[in-house]
Write a protein that binds this ligand. Structure first.
Ligand SMILES: Cc1ncc(COP(=O)(O)O)c(C=O)c1O
Length: 405
């Protein structure tokens, strides 16, 4: 077929597709692969991958051997319950401190977010989100078509005072989305007091909190993630979580913690969408959760990430001096830094890619009016320390080349 015929054919097929599929917007900024140029020798400070060096590969090996050696292995190859295999739900529930009936197993965090969105929001509803926000959550919202209200994130998490004022002024959200621990991108952690105040607001104004917490276990040595019992125990929260940051995103496994009253609804939704998560994977990871080596391995990863974060922040301070503002991360994967200077930051990004480093631009995390001009999100999780230093050298060179001083 010629190009023209192919184009006509594509138009015809798109016209025959659902409005949802035909109208899904492209990813903008964050996640738009056309903006990223990686060539041999390029350093990627933009990604969300953990370091494969700290993932517990020996636990995978032993658990995989045990799965297949088990006399019940054929059972795992059969269809299983939509909410998840009971023993696996119970293992997650025990770690979460919730009733096993509240756990719905998912194929990872993004899947959990889409289930939570489909189970909570209708077209035209209003949702409040972190600002800066995890941008792929906004793309999940494309599934429904909702009105988005941005509330700033401070060092202590989403700003409850601003939210309360907006609610008093008439804002009526159906849901609120926040990443409460080592927030992506800012690294902020919601305090216990703020979490309690947030739940009070959810009660008063009748909205659901979507709490997306994949970085909670990536705490650096000495960092204590606040216990937030109100957030855990209330039936106003749907908690979304994932093994991606601790066991690897290629695993595709996570879970939701839903209010008891919504368990049946979410199970039906899961059943209608795709049935269930792989029973083999649930059995595998269930064995890893029971392995006493797992938690020390995750804590050990936190130590490695803490060292890498220090390398990255030191390099930034060395190269940019008082032209960089940042808070030292206490966990998670990212440094959220503001570069100062009378430069065109879009040009700095292109120049940096020419020099062989890529990262995420602050503008891509904006959910509202604040543009995050000059902000950058740099990941220290995957690159080795030499690449972290060299990546910052290249970024600083690009910034100077574009007129930064
Ligand atoms: C805040 C946040 N939520 C959800 C996800 C998606 O997790 P998953 O890889 O399990 O889909 C990520 C991954 O980067 C994330 O940063």
């Amino acid at each position: 077929m010629t190009d023209t015929l192919q184009d006509a054919r594509s138009r015809e097929l798109l016209a025959g597709a659902s409005a949802l599929l035909a109208n899904l917007p492209e990813r903008q900024g964050f996640g738009d692969a056309t903006l990223v140029r990686l060539s041999a020798g390029s350093i990627d400070l933009g990604g969300g991958n953990p370091s494969v060096d700290v993932l517990p590969r020996d636990l995978y090996r032993d658990a995989a051997a045990a799965v297949t050696a088990d006399a019940d292995f054929p059972e795992t190859l059969r269809y299983s319950a939509s909410a998840g295999i009971p023993a696996f739900r119970a293992a997650i529930a025990a770690r979460e401190g919730v009733d096993p009936g509240r756990v719905i197993v998912t194929d990872g965090g993004a899947h959990g977010l889409s289930l939570a969105v489909l189970g909570t929001l209708d077209p035209g509803d209003t949702i409040v989100v972190d600002d800066p926000v995890y941008p792929l959550f906004l793309r999940v919202l494309d599934l429904v078509g909702v009105h988005i209200e941005a509330i700033p994130v401070t060092a202590e998490g989403i700003d409850i005072d601003v939210l309360a004022a907006r609610l008093r002024a008439g804002l009526r959200p159906k849901a609120l989305f926040t990443v409460p621990t080592f927030q992506n991108p800012s690294g902020a952690t919601l305090t216990a007091e703020r979490a309690a105040a947030l739940v009070d607001l959810a009660e008063q104004y009748g909205f659901t909190i979507l709490s997306d917490d994949p970085y909670r276990q990536i705490a650096f040595p000495g960092t204590v993630v606040p216990d937030r019992p109100r957030l855990r125990d209330t039936d106003r929260v749907i908690a979304v979580n994932s093994f991606s940051k601790t066991l690897g995103p290629g695993l595709r496994l996570g879970w939701l913690t839903v209010p008891t009253a919504l368990e049946a609804g979410f199970t039906k939704l899961r059943n209608r969408l795709d049935g269930q998560t792989s029973g083999v994977l649930q059995d595998l990871v269930g064995r890893m959760l029971a392995d006493p080596r797992l938690d020390p391995a995750i804590a050990g990863a936190g130590t490695v990430y803490a060292d890498k974060a220090r390398v990255l922040t030191s390099a930034l301070r060395e190269q940019f001096g008082d032209r960089v503002e940042l808070s030292d991360p206490t966990g998670g994967f990212f440094v959220w830094a503001r570069l100062r200077g009378d430069v065109d930051f879009a040009k700095v990004f292109e120049a940096a890619q020419d020099l062989g480093v890529t990262y995420q631009r602050g503008e891509w995390f904006a959910a509202g009016a604040e543009q995050f001009r000059g902000f950058v999100r740099l990941s220290f999780a995957e690159p080795d320390v030499d690449s972290l230093r060299e990546g910052v050298n290249r970024l600083a060179q690009a910034w100077r080349d574009e007129g930064g001083r």
